[in-house]
Design a binder for this molecule. Structure first.
Ligand SMILES: *Cc1c(COP(=O)(O)O)cnc(C)c1O
Length: 471
């Protein structure tokens, strides 16, 4: 008994049919509803006892096809919630090749480390970092941040071996920074309270004077500042910290310079934004996502670390059963397990490599540039509607505004967004700007067109109008 098909021709047919289903979905990604809630009867059908015996390939293909309409909707051009990439059809090719290979990319001497190293070298080059920077393709920026800050922490503690304990290491980031940074501090045992959240200026960028004052105070109090975490593309409205100023402070004060560029670092490809991202060339480490603005399918993030030795020292501790060698399958000069917490891991780099090769950087740059223009277009549309009001500037690809109700603006704007999502027409999310609920429209999608934004505004005005009288 093996798990190979008993009837290969039948499996081949089912697989070809499945591929056709996938093609149909992607060829029509612009049509239909944005988000569709999972129907109750489908949930009931899925809630079965665990399967003891199998079904044939045709049946499982049919069941897969039945679940396909019920994702979050981020392949649709009017998905504007949070920061989600749309992915691209070319990913199917990589997933099929990768699925057939079933590679464990944790280490050893085979093609996966070769591809992964190449992708990392390209990424470093694009970001302006040294070509021999080290890195890893990981699930996303959350994991990339943990890896980068572990390298920073270990390096800093080694440099200051005589100092007391690591419990008073202090990091600095802005009030607009993503929650994954606090979580990384927590998981690394640095303690969440040791992350100072520095106030922002009117543009929602970290206030440099407040940062300097906070560092000086910590030093005076006997604490050990060790890292500044800048943000390139803050999740609420896309603000980019003054990265050069942060790099200067890190250089002058011997601090680690990490940047969270989850989606925003990609804007280094866009003529409109690249000047504000040049200082990425100065980071000690960078975390960003291929699955957001780069349009690689989930999941694919990346950590880059300027000094490969520091990166290795944070993770490389291989016991005897993972021994490497000069020759044979246990050879290979890049074992991912030496650069991160995971041993067994999939061949994520393959889909990034396939994506970059298929489309080329120029096409991805065009998407990013266009999305930035579209956010500006949306801002203009909001400003011309008397019922709508901007709540934040638009430095990149995110537009935060609200419908101006006479009363209960927060509750009604939340209700407006829920109704919009439920209508299937568009799916923005909400956030809070200066204590006020905003309709938040993020555009990181190669399928979005201006007409989608027009439909969004029209529908918001319509739902807003009906809410004015109802509640
Ligand atoms: C999405 C995001 C993260 C988290 O990245 P994941 O890939 O979801 O782990 C961190 N920071 C910012 C600014 C983000 O937009």
């Amino acid at each position: 008994m093996t798990l190979d098909p008993k009837d290969w021709p039948a499996f081949r047919k089912a697989a070809h049919d499945m591929l056709d289903m996938a093609m149909d979905k992607l060829e029509h990604a612009k049509d239909g509803r944005t988000w569709t809630p999972v129907p109750e009867d489908l949930k009931t059908k899925i809630n079965t006892p665990f399967p003891t015996s199998g079904i044939d390939y045709q049946d499982i293909s049919e069941q897969l096809t039945n679940i396909m309409p019920y994702g979050p909707g981020n392949t649709h051009p009017r998905f504007f919630g949070w920061v989600n990439g749309a992915g691209s059809p070319s990913n199917l090719l990589a997933e099929i090749a990768g699925g057939a290979m079933n590679v464990n990319a944790g280490g050893r001497n085979h093609i996966a480390p070769v591809i992964e190293k190449q992708v990392i070298a390209w990424a470093a080059q694009i970001m302006g970092m040294p070509e021999d920077s080290s890195g890893l393709i990981v699930t996303g920026t959350s994991m990339a941040t943990i890896i980068a800050l572990k390298a920073a922490r270990d390096y800093y503690l080694k440099q200051h071996e005589t100092a007391q304990s690591d419990m008073c290491l202090i990091g600095y980031t802005s009030e607009q920074a993503h929650s994954c940074i606090g979580r990384a501090f927590d998981m690394l045992g640095i303690c969440k309270n040791n992350l100072r959240k520095i106030a922002c200026n009117d543009a929602f960028e970290m206030d440099i004077d407040a940062l300097k004052a906070a560092i000086a105070k910590d030093r005076a109090d006997g604490n050990m500042p060790f890292a500044i975490i800048g943000t390139a593309g803050a999740v609420n409205m896309g603000a980019i910290d003054d990265l050069d100023a942060l790099a200067d402070i890190c250089a002058a004060q011997d601090l680690w310079f990490h940047v969270d560029g989850a989606f925003g670092a990609a804007a280094i490809l866009a003529p409109q934004a690249k000047a504000r991202l040049q200082a990425l060339a100065r980071v000690d480490s960078l975390a960003f996502d291929f699955h957001k603005w780069w349009q690689v399918n989930y999941d694919a993030g990346c950590v880059l670390i300027r000094d490969p030795l520091i990166h290795r020292q944070a993770f490389a501790r291989r016991p005897e059963y993972l021994r490497g060698g000069e020759r044979g399958l246990w050879g290979g000069d890049f074992w991912a397990v030496d650069y991160g917490p995971e041993l067994s891991r999939g061949f994520r780099a393959l889909k990034v490599w396939t994506h970059l090769k298929t489309h080329g950087i120029n096409a991805i740059a065009d998407v990013i540039e266009r999305n930035i223009h579209q956010a500006q277009y949306l801002e203009v549309r909001v400003k011309t509607e008397t019922k709508l009001e901007m709540l934040a500037p638009v430095p990149l690809n995110i537009c935060c505004f609200r419908y101006n109700f006479k009363t209960d603006n927060d509750a009604k704007n939340t209700e407006l967004v829920i109704r919009l999502q439920e209508s299937g027409i568009a799916a923005p999310s909400t956030t809070t700007i200066h204590g006020q609920t905003a309709i938040r429209v993020n555009i990181t999608n190669h399928r979005t067109r201006e007409s989608d934004l027009d439909l969004l505004i029209d529908t918001i005005l319509e739902i807003g109008g009906s809410l004015e009288t109802v509640i």
